[in-house]
Design a binder for this molecule. Structure first.
Ligand code: A3P
Length: 300
């Protein structure tokens, strides 16, 4: 499912982003206090952006009732430089250098393809991925929703075959995950590795982990738990999905904001997969991730 893809630097890059990725790699200048939200698409990027933005900026807002997340989509608050460069958004690229610090940015690029200034500087990366079953369903639903009405449906079985061969934007999914996974083990201060399922199951614990990783003052003081609870409430699926700002309007590439909020569940894949598909994907997961220490919860 999805746009035309181009095998580029060992990953499947959407064809219309190849030039942008090149420019991002060449021209982006990371600052030591930058914070990147990195992810494989449809793994919970929007949610992690919202949480990270709320954690980093919590002190600037007197009340959570007037927080910017209530009036802006997380993708606007935490932009993807690679898409700015892809679409030659000069003003936005220029505004990157004037963005208030710490700059919060995001990327879908695999770790080895990040601009060198990101990997070499002290900036931090929070990575999120999700079990490969739910990720696939989320991708398939997403691309069917955003395709032009006149285009044919993406056939589930065909898209699944491609996914099993690693052919999806920014894939293969296994190398994307393993790249950040290995880095999170060897450079614990650089990469924080999160899974969507863990974040859903114990949001308080993982929001504290994010805050600690970012050396946020939230983790200290008597008010700490209250602030964390507020942040979590503000970023809850139902809350974000219901915000007027996320129900209407387009973002980059003409994608409507509402399409980033579908069900937000663990295990919805069970309603889509045939027994042979379950067997096939389970085998691939074992083959690709077995022995790495990386595993996923697939049912709620
Ligand atoms: P589903 O399609 O399974 O519902 P991304 O943000 O990387 O594009 O990922 C999209 C997935 O995250 C979608 O999953 C979407 O519904 C879910 N999602 C979006 N906002 C969320 C939130 N605040 N909490 C939990 N899940 C969320």
């Amino acid at each position: 499912a999805g746009p035309y893809l181009h095998l580029f630097q060992d990953f499947w890059c959407p064809t219309n982003s190849v030039e942008g990725v090149n420019k991002f790699q060449k021209h982006f200048d990371a600052k030591d206090n930058d914070v990147f939200v990195a992810s494989f698409p449809k793994s919970g990027t929007t949610w992690l952006k919202a949480l990270t933005f709320a954690i980093v900026n919590h002190q600037q807002f007197s009340s959570f009732d007037n927080h910017p997340l209530l009036s802006s989509n997380p993708h606007e608050l935490v932009p993807f430089p690679e898409f700015m460069y892809s679409h030659d958004l000069h003003d936005q690229i220029l505004s990157l250098s004037n963005k208030s610090e710490p700059r919060l940015l995001s990327t879908h690029l695999p770790f080895p393809s990040l601009p060198q200034s990101i990997t070499k500087s002290n900036c931090k990366i929070i990575y999120i991925c999700r079990n490969p079953f739910d990720t696939f369903v989320s991708v398939w639903e997403f691309f069917n929703k955003i395709k032009p009405v006149s285009s044919p449906e993406f056939i589930f079985e065909e898209a699944f075959e491609k996914y099993c061969n690693g052919i999806m934007g920014f894939g293969p999914w296994w190398s994307h995950m393993l790249g950040y996974w290995k880095e999170s083990i060897t450079r614990r201060n650089k990469v924080l590795f999160l899974k969507y399922e863990d974040l859903k199951e114990d949001t308080v614990f993982h929001v504290k982990r994010i805050a600690e990783f970012l050396d946020s003052p939230i983790t200290q003081g008597g008010e700490s738990n209250t602030v964390i609870e507020h942040i979590i409430k503000l970023c809850r699926f139902e809350k974000m999905k219901d915000l007027e700002v996320n129900k209407s309007g387009c973002i980059l590439n003409g994608v409507e904001k509402k399409n980033f909020f579908r069900k937000g569940e663990i295990g919805d894949w069970i309603n889509y997969f045939s027994p042979s598909m379950i067997e096939k994907l389970s085998k691939i997961i074992e083959e690709k991730l077995g022995g790495s220490g990386l595993s996923f919860k697939v049912h709620s």
